[in-house]
Design a binder for this molecule. Structure first.
Ligand code: NDP
Length: 338
């Protein structure tokens, strides 16, 4: 069976990665795109070789499609997701799933009730580097994990310096943009869930409207692991990385908090240093493959709806912590600070 995809949102991420990732599947086609502007829908469809262009959600949902990929600005995900679920379409939704974890829970519950596949597009858990780290930890290669450090402060490219740094009502800000990914990657690599977070945020000169463009968070996990993460839009030269330090060894990954299958993972133990090898498959192509398998009832999306609730609950807790100056509990069932 061919899965016919409808794109909700004429976005940069779809153009840069997702259209190609869909077309890389043997059993998929991009059937239609929806933009809020008819002109932009037409132009986007033409540029990307998409057969149908529409400018209303109803029109998209009544075309012959099986699944939707939602990559509009964040405040629109909830309403569009619920409508797609109601129309019986499988949903792959961008992060953050919504503006609050309570709204994300509504969407995930609706998807479950409707019996459709629902996934969150957390790309990083599809990276060979992060899977190699998770496997090394699970195989006891660093002993008992003690601490983790995430370096994910980047420079927001000029073409993306729009709603992310200017529109709080659209879910802008670095925490909803990048801390959600760090929450998901920490959970995935450690195989553990965060219980509380303490965060400082800043506006270092790029974001306006009261939005933050930098954040530093300190996390505590169920097992007792503590972690720190740094997210930012304004650091041109920082580089990215992910480290996990255990009782018998350390995993030191460089240049891995990125959309491309690049970077390296070093394992350092009493016996010396070893560069871990891992596959270099495109992250989004793998995400789509898993999603298609889930449609065939062969497993789950790489990041499920529940994973999306977790990452949003963590981001929500980070924002509340930054606002109140207090450590905030993370609870995907109840939301933050309960
Ligand atoms: P864009 O700004 O490119 O697109 C978001 C929306 O903005 C589009 O749906 C479109 O609305 C509107 N838009 C785009 N270009 C224009 C324009 N020239 N003029 C007016 N409006 C325009 O956002 P991104 O692609 O960066 O992000 C979209 C979503 O994807 C977000 O939820 C984000 O968090 C997520 N994301 C996820 C990534 C990942 O790796 N998982 C990476 C990057 C983003 P319309 O559809 O109505 O035309």
């Amino acid at each position: 069976m061919t899965v016919r995809w409808g794109l909700i949102g004429a976005s940069t991420i779809a153009k840069q990665f997702m259209i190609e990732a869909i077309r890389a599947q043997a059993d998929a086609e991009v059937a239609a795109v929806m933009s809020s502007s008819p002109e932009r829908a037409e132009a986007y469809a033409r540029e990307n070789g998409i057969p149908a262009a529409v400018s209303a959600l109803d029109a998209l949902l009544s075309t012959n499609i099986d699944a939707v990929y939602i990559s509009t600005t964040n405040e629109l995900h909830l309403e569009q997701g619920l409508a797609a679920i109601e129309a019986g379409k499988h949903v792959l939704c961008e992060k953050p799933l919504a503006l609050t974890s309570a709204d994300a829970r509504k969407m995930v519950a609706a998807a479950k009730k409707a019996g459709i596949v629902f996934g969150t597009n957390h790309h990083l858990r599809n990276a060979g580097a992060h899977r190699a780290m998770r496997e090394a930890i699970a195989a006891d290669r660093i002993g008992k994990p003690i601490a983790a450090r995430v370096f994910h402060s980047v420079y927001l490219p000029e073409n993306l310096q729009g709603w992310r740094i200017a529109r709080p009502e659209a879910g802008g800000g670095v925490v909803l943009d990048i801390t959600v990914h760090d929450a998901d990657t920490l959970r995935f690599v450690l195989g553990d869930d965060p219980v509380e977070i303490s965060a400082f945020t800043q506006s270092a000169g790029m974001a306006g409207g009261g939005l933050e463009d930098g954040a530093m968070c300190v996390w505590r996990f169920k097992s007792g692991v503590i972690a720190q993460s740094h997210e930012g839009f304004t650091t041109k030269f920082a580089g990215t990385g992910f480290e996990v330090h255990g009782s018998e060894g350390s995993l030191i990954a460089t240049n891995v908090m990125t959309q491309k299958p690049v970077g390296s993972v070093l394992l350092r133990t009493a016996s010396g240093e070893e560069e871990l090898s891992f596959d270099r498959e495109d992250l989004y192509t793998r995400s789509l493959r898993q999603f298609h398998a889930a449609i065939r009832d062969e497993g789950q999306p790489s990041a499920t709806g529940e994973d999306g609730i977790w990452s949003l609950a963590a981001a929500e807790a980070a924002l509340l912590s930054a606002k109140t100056g207090k450590t905030v509990s993370i609870d995907p069932k109840l939301g933050s600070g309960n």
